[in-house]
Structure formats: C-alpha cells, structure tokens
Write a protein that binds this ligand. Structure first.
Ligand code: SAM
Length: 426
C-alpha cells in the first residue's frame, strides 16, 4: 500500500436545510467545531457570505484544511476535508452531516501526495519545528468572517467576530445583531447593515438636529421606523419637544436593540415617547391633518416592509399631516448606491412639496455601501435648513450634548450639492 502525505475526503452534502446553508456564522462555527472534534489544531478561519446567498470558507488547521462552498438554493454543500498525520477526518464528516441536517450525501476518499511519486528535498528541519512550536496555541485562532452588504456591482464587507448575539426571522425580515471588529455590534436587517455602535452617530445626529434647529421650537414629532432608537434618542435631547410618536413595524427590532445596542436604544423609556408597533404607511393614512411640526422617516431600503415608504401616496399623507409650517426628513438612499431609489424619491418629494422644497442633505456613513448617504427633505411653509438661525444656540447645544458629527458648519455643508448630484435630481 503506497504511503501518502495527505488524505482528502470530497463530500457532497445534499438536501440540507437551506437556511443553515446560508448562515455564514453557523457554518464557520460548525466547520471549526468539526476540526476540533477530530482533534485538529485550528490556525485560522476565513468565511465569506455572498449576497443574496451562498457561503464560502476555509478553516486552516495544523493538519491542513477543511473547506466548503454552499448553494442554499439547492440545499447543497461541497466540502473538502484535507488532512495529514493521524487525524481521522471521518469524525469531522459525521459532525458536519448532523450540523447541516444532510438527508443524503456522497463521499470519496483519496490519498494525496503518494510518496512513490515524490522525492524528498534535504533542508534544516530544526528551524521549521521551532517556528511551528511558536504557532502552536490551541486556544487562539484568527477568525475572518465577512459580512457583505452589496448590490449587483458594489459591496461593503465588514470583518466580524463570528459572534451572533441575536438572530430571529420576524414576520417582516431577518433581524440580527452581529459584532464587527472595527465598528462594534451592528444591527443587520436581512443582509443590510442598518446601524453600528461606532458610526451610528453620523446618521442619527444628521437625521434629527438640522431639522430641529431649522424649526427652532418643534413640539410634536412623528418618527416612522427608527426601530434601533437612535433617532428618537437625538430628538428627545431638545427641550422644546413635548411629544414624539414613533411607529415601528417590527417589534423584534426594538427588542433586539434594547438588549444588545443599549447606547443607541437609550430613550425608549422616555415619558415623552409614544411607541407604536405598527405599519407607518397605515398610520399616515389615518393621521390627523396639520398635526406634526416634524415627520422623520427613518426607514430601511425600499424592499420588503419599507417599499411603501418611498411612494407618492405615503408622502402625500405625510405632507397633509404636517402643520402649515412643518418639515419632513426621509432616509434618502445614496446617489452612489441605489441611485434609482435616490432619484425617484427626490422627484416624488419635488412633486408633492414643490421643486425648491425638496433639498438633499449629504453625509457620510462608513458602514453603508459607498459611504455617501442622504436625507431628503420636504418643506411646508417658510423654512430653510440651508440657513442657520442661531449659531450660538447650536454651538452651545453641540458642546453640552457632546455631539460628534453634527455642528452648524456641517449642517450648511451637507446641503452643498456636488454637480453630479444636481444633474441627477434637476
Ligand atoms: N438607518 C437605517 C437605514 O438607513 O437603512 C434605518 C434604520 S431603522 C432600523 C429602519 C426601520 O424601519 C426598521 O426597524 C424597519 O423595521 C422599519 N420599517 C420598515 N418598514 C416600515 C414600515 N412600513 N412602517 C414602520 N417601520 C418600518
């Protein structure tokens, strides 16, 4: 029998649970577990989730590697168990078969690197052994699990620790709280980054303070969406506020953020807040006319439950619900990602509020694809967010509240529209 350097088991796992086949964190955990179960020493794991679905990954072990690529749409996983030395990779095979719920499978075992065919080179093995010993730390291995938010041609990937603090499929969307190395814990809805601990203030300060300082004395505010709580947290910093009504369609988002993003979901117990779990589109259909000083639409992207938050009917109802002098601020997508939604929303607002009553405020969010994002305004009455009413008042507020993004110059600067954006929405 020829002695071989390695042993390679090629596995076809079939009729697996499609959700598991699309869960990068679960697959990384199980592949690492499969290696450890067979007594391997894990050096590194690198896993990538493809959007809309599919996972690829490799676990590098002292004894070689385990690799996988999944096709959730077929409930199929192609797995390579390549080992050398004493390790019995069939133990890993049995473990993964259970983890993936494979109802059928096939496996071929090959000997790799037959010594009959190889000639050994002489080199100083002692230094090699010394280096290997330094690497030998069973407890520690680097995990490279990547979360990718993308469309057909553009993506943003964040390396995350593989820790999944919350993962629930709600009636509306998949709600997850993951932990990224650079931006801390983050809320993902389906496969889109919604907010992260380290850059949420960019978004929440810019969706709220420019409008509040333009209105100067806003009392009654309506927030549609905003389930992470960051927008109401910022609005409730303003003393003029008497009541904030927040209508969030998905209570699971609120619960997840209260538990795992408490610095963002910090104002849910504020007595001035009326929290309604319901569809904002229906809420506006029956909202009393002339009620609100400010309406903020802090919705997700125009898919699933949020699709209707980009409609003419919805924004017409918003305008009716605003007081004679009032303002709407909407999550406006990006002129550099989802351009179509960005342009269409601005035409809708121009159509309802007036050509010069739908300005665009641009700002940066590092964890949104392209990093360049917008809030789109609808103005009723004589208001102009491009002009600052009281610089002193703003600077005192920024100082007192310790704001980290918003200030009077940034407010004005955010309405300075680059030429390519002007031509997109002219
Ligand atoms: N910053 C995020 C962004 O730019 O995409 C938005 C964050 S916030 C979490 C979005 C919220 O809108 C989600 O919690 C989602 O459940 C909620 N939402 C979506 N459609 C809704 C609707 N029709 N009515 C009320 N809330 C809705």
């Amino acid at each position: 029998m020829s002695i071989a350097l390695g042993n390679h088991i090629l596995v076809e796992f079939m009729n697996c649970d499609p959700h598991i086949m699309n869960d990068v964190a679960a697959i990384e955990r199980d592949m690492v577990g499969a290696a450890q179960k067979a007594g391997a020493t894990v050096i590194n794991s690198t896993f990538h989730h493809f959007s809309p679905y599919g996972v690829s990954g490799v676990v590098v072990i002292q004894e070689s590697h385990l690799a996988i690529h999944t096709w959730p749409e077929y409930g199929y996983a192609a797995v390579d168990l390549f080992t050398c030395g004493e390790m019995d990779a069939w133990i890993s095979f049995d473990f993964l078969k259970e983890c993936f719920g494979a109802k059928s499978y096939s496996a071929i075992e090959l000997k790799r690197g037959s010594l009959n065919l190889l000639t050994r080179n002489n080199f100083d093995i002692s230094t090699m052994r010394q280096k290997a010993a330094e690497w030998r730390n069973p407890e520690f291995y680097t995990r490279n699990v990547w979360f990718t938010d993308k469309d057909a041609d553009q993506a943003l990937s964040l390396r995350f620790t593989g820790e999944v603090f919350f993962d629930v499929q709600s009636p509306f969307q998949r709600v997850r709280i993951l932990e990224s190395y650079k931006y801390g814990k983050m809320l993902a809805l389906d496969d889109m980054v919604m907010t992260t601990e380290q850059d949420e203030f960019h978004y929440h300060e810019m969706i709220s303070h420019p409008a509040m300082f333009t209105l100067e004395n806003a009392k009654n505010i309506l927030v549609i969406g905003g389930g992470d709580g960051g927008t109401v947290r910022e609005i409730l910093r303003h003393e003029s506020v008497e009541k904030v009504t927040m209508v969030e369609i998905d209570g699971v988002v609120i619960d997840a953020c209260k538990e795992f993003l408490p610095t963002i979901a910090a104002a849910f117990d504020n007595p001035k807040l009326e929290l309604i779990v319901g569809d904002g589109i229906d809420f506006l259909k029956s909202a009393k006319a002339n009620s609100y000083d400010l309406i903020i639409v802090d919705g997700s992207d125009p898919v699933g439950p949020a699709e209707g938050l980009f409609s003419v009917e919805f924004y017409t109802n918003c305008r009716n619900a605003l007081k004679e002098t009032g303002m709407l601020v909407a999550q406006g997508e990006s002129p550099k990602f989802n351009e179509k939604a960005f342009i269409e929303l601005n035409y809708t607002l121009q159509g309802i509020f007036g050509k010069d009553k739908a300005p665009v405020s641009l700002f940066f969010v590092p964890t949104y694809p392209s990093g360049m994002w917008s809030f789109q305004y609808g103005i009723k009455g004589d208001l102009n967010p491009k002009k600052i009413n009281s610089t002193e008042k703003i600077r005192a507020f920024v100082e007192e509240k310790g704001l980290r993004y918003y200030n009077d110059e940034v407010q004005i600067g955010s309405f300075a529209t680059p030429n390519f954006v002007k031509s997109l929405i002219k």
